[in-house]
Design a binder for this molecule. Structure first.
Ligand code: A2P
Length: 341
């Protein structure tokens, strides 16, 4: 497959706009790029690298002649249109959670499990943003030393909840500084019964709760990590928290490896050579990753690596990446690039 016709569903959204940017920036061999969104946006013009693209309404017929379709318009739109695209000959790269746990749909991070791509039958799922950056950093450690236990707490940016959530953080920050009433309508989830301000707050709920007491975001991290590593024995726990950060998810990760006598220097050596990973770990010069500085960057940044003080095979890490890039748009475009290899 070379010189393909591409469509982006959700092209006006937080992730969709980044997919277009990445396709252009990485000189993806696209013959044409068709932007799709809701009927409301039909006719809207989007500019990228000097080109003007017109947005069209998403309909089944819009996928005629499309070879690769990126979807990032929410699970219900993927449910409605992904098969329509596949029926018309497209390969779908889906950014929503809709197909991720389907056993017939590969869930792919190109640095971690590219071999899964061969098994696709039309749809490939892009994992959850928090999962992607974590598995990209942990994969080389797991390969070298084994990994039997993982406990992650996330500090997630509002852009993961879409353009509306970014606007809400900006509006609430203004309302706060003007001492006016703070309006909360989007977070923790637009379908949640109660909404809370995100400005100057931390919300320990991302997406809705399951009857287990975990949120759907936490369960995504747990289940997707096992699927991507193809390791269902591994013990994984997650707590996901939303912070008033625009872009860049941060994660405090505790791991227990299989091998004894591994040092922080050993982990440093592995991460220095890991694809897509940048080691930023020097307490003496206060070097550690932060979301503000990961914004707009493609890599996964890792620092604050420490040996646990009690468990001989336990390590703590701090992992940060731009959730809209490696966590979403970039990973999707890298999947498409692998398909063309
Ligand atoms: P639109 O701008 O026309 O509403 P975000 O993740 O930033 O919230 O963006 C969601 C994306 O999903 C937007 O591009 C949005 O387009 C798109 N979208 C929402 N509803 C539909 C729909 N019914 N059909 C196609 N795209 C949709």
């Amino acid at each position: 497959m070379k010189n393909v016709n591409v469509a982006i569903v959700g092209a006006t959204g937080a992730v969709g706009t980044k997919i277009l940017e990445k396709l252009v920036e990485r000189k993806f061999p696209a013959k044409s790029i068709k932007l799709l969104a809701s009927k409301r946006s039909a006719g809207v013009e989007i500019k990228a690298a000097g080109e003007t693209y017109i947005v069209h309404e998403t309909t089944p017929e819009a996928f005629e002649g499309i070879d690769i379709a990126f979807f990032s318009a929410g699970g219900s739109i993927s449910e409605k249109f992904a098969h329509e695209a596949v029926k018309r000959g497209a390969v779908v790269i889906d950014n929503t959670s809709f197909f991720r746990m389907d056993p017939n749909t590969p869930l792919v991070v190109p640095e971690v499990n590219p071999q899964e791509l061969e098994k696709h039958s039309g749809i490939i799922a892009n994992p959850n943003c928090s999962t992607i950056q974590m598995v990209a950093a942990l994969k080389p450690i797991k390969d070298q030393y084994g990994l039997n236990r993982l406990i992650v707490s996330t500090y997630q940016a509002v852009s993961g909840a879409g353009a509306e959530a970014i606007d809400e953080l900006a509006d609430q920050s203004k309302q706060f500084s003007e001492r006016s009433e703070i309006k909360a309508e989007v977070l923790p989830s637009s379908s949640a019964e109660r909404h809370y301000p995100i400005a100057f707050n931390a919300i320990p709920q991302i997406d809705l709760f399951d009857e287990s007491g975990y949120t759907l975001e936490e369960l995504k991290m747990i289940n997707e990590t096992k699927k991507i590593f193809n390791d269902y024995e591994m013990s994984v726990a997650a707590t996901c928290v939303r912070l008033p950060v625009v872009s860049g998810h941060s994660e405090s990760v505790y791991i227990e490896i299989d091998k004894d006598n591994v040092t922080v220097a050993d982990i440093h050596a592995i991460l220095k050579n890991a694809p897509g990973v940048v080691l930023q770990d020097d307490p003496a010069t206060q070097l550690y990753p932060m979301p503000l500085y990961s914004e707009g960057k493609d890599e996964v940044f890792v620092g604050r690596i420490r040996k646990d003080l009690n468990h001989p095979r336990g390590f703590h890490l701090w992992i940060v990446s731009d959730n809209l890039l490696k966590g979403a748009a970039l990973n999707s475009v890298q999947i498409a690039e692998k398909l063309l290899d």
